[in-house]
Ligand binder design. Structure first.
Ligand code: HEM
Ligand SMILES: CC(C)=CCC/C(C)=C/CC/C(C)=C/COP(=O)(O)OP(=O)(O)O
Length: 290
């Protein structure tokens, strides 16, 4: 039973799911519009969790033949047939229906629609029609993450203002350094796969340049949040330190050619997004109270 449960968690990319919920909740907190909406927020988290889990299950199903050929993914649940495919499809259908019904009944139509759109975009459009065909697969894949702040606004019926658009842009710009660092680390895997990944098509040198480009833009936008008065001095101070560390890692990644730095940057990218939102929340609470 323990193994079955563990396999299900892997299948639904549980950690990414939790992180997605963290991003959505962070933006909700930052809209300062959560007080009257606790029940809606509670049900939206459950509904989104079910729908994103089903999108990860579909992604696993559609990519099982690609996953089989890569060291990073060759032990995945579907490749190793750790759970019967019929059970997986049953779980997928149950999650999909539960997700839609919970969002529609307890949250609102707009949230249901956008979550369903992200679901289709990530699990079908990105996985099947973007990832294998263009070097911008990772950039375009970022749209699924970039739409999360809009989802937060829909849940609590907040206005979509420039601050929210900046959050979308930041997640969008954050995705390429996040995934390309991983694809540099697993360069051999992607070279042997039939995915149209940037390092495979244009090589490591160009990929490092692309990472530098997106990272500089990302750093710039995290400062614009302060310049446009969407956050205060505490945020500026904290993000300044985080960006120094980030730039140091990116600099090393671009000019030292050490394999471990690619992996370090992938891990750091996750911490970066986490701290970005955490700093904004700390800053928001401090200035909201004072
Ligand atoms: C806001 C959106 C996103 C969040 C919060 C997020 C977060 C995460 C986290 C926490 C992990 C680590 C999972 C683990 O250790 O098991 C991860 C892994 C990963 N992410 Fe993201 N990510 C996001 C968007 C994206 C996008 C849009 C792409 C690609 C286009 C992407 C590609 C990957 C890949 C390839 C992995 C490795 C997965 C694995 O080995 O199972 N991520 N992400
Ligand atoms: C409905 C809903 C909110 C869905 C969540 C959509 C979302 C934000 C997805 C994040 C994208 C992601 C983790 C891609 C992993 O890349 P990959 O699948 O290419 O990675 P792999 O190489 O590990 O398979």
């Amino acid at each position: 039973m323990y193994k079955f449960f563990k396999n299900i968690l892997n299948l639904i990319k549980f950690k990414i799911n939790i992180f997605i919920i963290f991003c959505i909740l962070s933006v909700i907190i930052l809209t300062n519009n959560y007080n009257k909406n606790f029940i809606k927020i509670f049900f939206s988290i459950i509904g989104i969790f079910f729908l994103s889990s089903s999108s990860f299950i579909i992604n696993n199903i559609l990519e099982r033949n690609i996953d089989k050929k890569m060291n990073r993914t060759k032990n995945r649940v579907l490749v190793k047939k750790k759970i019967n495919i019929n059970i997986i499809i049953l779980i997928l259908i149950i999650f999909l229906f539960l997700g839609i019904i919970i969002l529609y009944k307890f949250v609102n139509f707009k949230t249901t629609f956008l979550t369903f759109f992200i679901f289709i975009f990530y699990s079908i459009i990105y996985t099947k029609f973007i990832k294998p065909y263009t070097i911008y697969n990772v950039v375009l894949g970022g749209i699924s993450g970039a739409l999360l702040p809009i989802l937060s606004c829909f849940i609590v019926s907040s206005k979509i203002n420039l601050k929210i658009i900046f959050f979308c842009i930041i997640i969008f710009l954050w995705t390429p350094p996040h995934f390309w660092s991983l694809s540099l680390y697993f360069y051999k895997d992607y070279k042997n796969s039939n995915l149209y990944m940037l390092p495979k098509i244009y090589g490591k040198k160009i990929t490092r340049k692309y990472i530098l480009f997106y990272s500089i833009l990302l750093i710039l936008f995290t400062f614009l949040i302060f310049i446009f008065n969407f956050a205060n001095k505490i945020y500026f101070f904290l993000i300044f330190i985080l960006n120094i560390v980030f730039f140091f890692i990116i600099y090393k990644l671009c000019f030292y050619y050490k394999k471990y730095i690619y992996y370090l940057n992938f891990i750091f990218s996750i911490k970066y997004l986490f701290f970005f939102f955490l700093f904004l929340i700390i800053d928001n609470f401090y200035y909201f109270k004072n």
